[in-house]
Ligand binder design. Structure first.
Ligand code: BTN
Length: 268
């Protein structure tokens, strides 16, 4: 596999990210359980904003809703950033949306057409998932102590590398561009976009990136089903508000604010 040449090393990662004003330092692990768990531990021990954990492989990569994130060595990005924004806990989910915009801009540089954000945390290329975002937080009364922003991006996976269950719905940059990508280059660009949008977020909250989010979302006017634990609701998306909640008009005409759940597009 030629992408094996694109190896991660502590030095290579530190050099690639040293000019990024957000990145305080890189903790690199050839293999780890989960970069999110490791970043959480570091943050509990007082790590600064901008310390990031990168792994070449994860043995217990965490997805949303206790799913497993497939994390083989040598091919993808698994990274978690420690953030310490001065915000209320209720605002924290907007960090997921912020990261979605950053990743969508990154991927659009490789695939100018076909990148879309699936609310709240997936970034797709031509309808298949290339990236998942998992944010976790620790908060004390009324204030966020820290947020762990975890990003899993499929870079050089081949179709046959995906588990059977994912093969039909997942993709990678390599599959979509036909070219093996340099992971150091990808992570350095990724953090360029994260730094840019995190700065906007800190100043304006989601409101300042709402238009950018909408430009990458193909959900407006679409019928959806929102599944949250055992309950589900159907409706048509009429917008996203300044707090990042989906606005969904139901059959009886009422408009619901959706702040959590899995979104399924209906009628496709
Ligand atoms: C999802 O779509 O379910 C979210 C997946 C998030 C996966 C990333 S990989 C890096 C970080 N460490 C983890 O254990 N999970 C996130």
């Amino acid at each position: 596999m030629e992408e094996r040449a694109f190896v991660f090393t502590q030095q290579g990662l530190s050099d690639s990210l040293k000019r990024n004003p957000l990145v305080a330092c890189v903790h690199y692990f050839p293999e780890i359980g989960s970069t999110n768990r490791q970043a959480f531990r570091l943050a509990l021990d007082g790590a600064r904003e901008g310390e990031i954990v990168v792994a070449d492989a994860q043995t217990r990569g965490k997805g949303r809703l206790n799913r497993v994130w497939q994390s083989p060595p040598g091919v993808n990005l698994y990274v978690s950033a420690i953030l310490r924004p001065r915000i209320e806990p209720a605002t924290a989910p907007q960090i997921t949306l912020m990261a979605g915009v950053a990743v969508a801009e990154l991927l659009s540089g490789y695939c100018p057409d076909g990148v879309s954000i699936k609310w709240p945390n997936d970034v797709l290329i031509r309808g298949r998932k290339a990236c998942g975002i998992l944010t976790e937080m620790k908060a004390s009364t009324g204030a966020v102590d820290f947020i762990i922003l975890g990003i899993g991006l499929n870079v050089n996976m081949d179709r046959e590398d995906f588990d059977d269950l994912l093969r039909g719905t997942a993709t990678s940059l390599r599959i979509e561009t036909g070219i093996a990508q340099d992971r150091l280059d990808v992570i350095s660009r990724l953090f360029g976009f994260i730094e840019k949008w995190y700065r906007v977020f800190v100043q304006t909250g989601f409101a300042g990136m709402r238009d950018a989010w909408l430009a990458h979302a193909d959900i407006l006017g679409r019928p959806i089903r929102v599944v949250d634990r055992d309950a589900s609701q159907d409706g048509v998306v009429t917008g996203i508000d300044a707090d990042g909640a989906i606005l969904m008009r139901q059959e009886n005409g009422s408009v619901q604010r959706v702040i959590a759940g899995d979104v399924h597009l209906l009628g496709r």
